[in-house]
Design a protein around this ligand. Structure first.
Ligand code: MG
Length: 203
């Protein structure tokens, strides 16, 4: 199983980090060791002083596919949830300045908590999916899938031109604006359409 993450998929988030708005999807990978086991706390790693939260809609791939056409992309996922793309922003900034890969900042252990999946078919409005992250009871990030630069179909089609997607792979589809640092004892709660699907304690 692999985790594919889309970067800079919301204009306001690209702007808040002073990044250009991309003409094509930007993606990177996290290994399966990035999964945070359910009901486990997230421990702040000692190699960073600036771990940021990025709440994202997460799709679960339901069958193998390669070079998937956009119009058929919806056949390749059947479940959705919210997850967090934890990012060592201080390390990412250094890597970006040097033009080096992001993996040390993005792919570390437990950097990809993932919520309970729900059936995509059950969503009332599939083009208009609301999600938010609360920290210690206060909403810090809100997003809606209709604000994505590249929608689910485009993302799946694009990534599958390069990488075969397999059943069980996860796609983190990018974060809206409002990213920021987490600190010890924070409680992160992730909601999709008002339903809490993920809770992460930071230690
Ligand atoms: Mg992200």
């Amino acid at each position: 199983m692999k985790i594919i993450c889309i970067g800079r998929n919301y204009v306001e988030h690209a702007k808040e980090l002073n990044n250009a708005v991309p003409g094509e999807p930007v993606f990177f990978l996290k290994p399966d060791t990035a999964v945070l086991p359910r009901d486990r706390a997230f421990y702040l790693p000692d190699f960073s002083k600036d771990i940021h939260h990025e709440i994202e809609l997460v799709l679960k791939i339901s069958k193998e596919g390669k070079k998937i056409a956009e119009e058929f992309a919806y056949r390749y996922f059947d479940q959705i949830t919210v997850g967090i793309d934890f990012t060592a922003r201080d390390i990412q900034q250094k890597q970006k300045e040097k033009g080096l890969p992001w993996e040390p900042a993005k792919a570390f252990d437990h950097s990809a908590p993932c919520g309970d999946f729900i059936d995509f078919a059950k969503l009332k409005d599939k083009e208009n999916i609301q999600f938010n992250l609360d920290i210690n009871g206060k909403t810090v990030q809100t997003g809606n899938s209709n604000l994505m630069l590249f929608n689910f179909s485009k993302v799946i089609s694009y990534v599958s031109q390069f990488i075969t997607l397999r059943k069980g792979d996860l796609i983190y589809t990018g974060t809206p604006s409002g990213v920021g640092a987490v600190k010890e004892n924070d409680l992160l709660e992730c909601y999709l359409e008002g339903e809490k699907l993920l809770e992460v304690k930071v230690l």
